[in-house]
Design a protein around this ligand. Structure first.
Ligand SMILES: [Zn+2]
Length: 125
């Protein structure tokens, strides 16, 4: 299994050309008056990081939402009732939209959210 550093290095290689292309297009947000060059670059770097983060969240969360929902209490296959949307904040303060499927277990007669468990948001808080 890859380490975080290996994943980062692989991702960096994969997006190198895309970043190069976006920067070369030149349509960049204007720097504030008197702003240091480093600060301008930092703002772009942070925005780029957030953009990549959102993409990772979106793709990984979409993947975890697939398959039939199973009740966490009895394991019975639940019914999808509706979707609710909320935002989660990452450790770095990035707001990630989260679409959660609300399910209902007829056996336990209770609602549950399968995505909460697979996203890890319902544990260790
Ligand atoms: Zn159940």
């Amino acid at each position: 299994m890859a380490t975080i550093e290996q994943f980062q290095e692989r991702l960096r290689r994969a997006i190198r050309e895309t970043v190069q292309k976006c920067l070369a297009e030149g349509d960049l947000p204007e720097a504030q008056e008197g702003e240091a060059r480093f600060t301008t670059i930092e703002a772009l770097a942070l925005a780029a990081g957030d953009a990549v983060s959102l993409e990772v969240f979106e793709q990984q969360l979409a993947e975890s939402g697939m398959g039939p929902p199973h009740c966490p209490r009895c394991g019975f296959e639940g019914q999808r009732v509706r979707q609710r949307e909320r935002k989660l904040q990452t450790r770095r303060g990035l707001e990630v939209p989260l679409r959660e499927q609300e399910c209902y277990c007829p056996g336990c007669r209770r609602a549950f959210f399968p995505s909460v468990q697979s996203a890890g948001a319902g544990r260790g808080l």
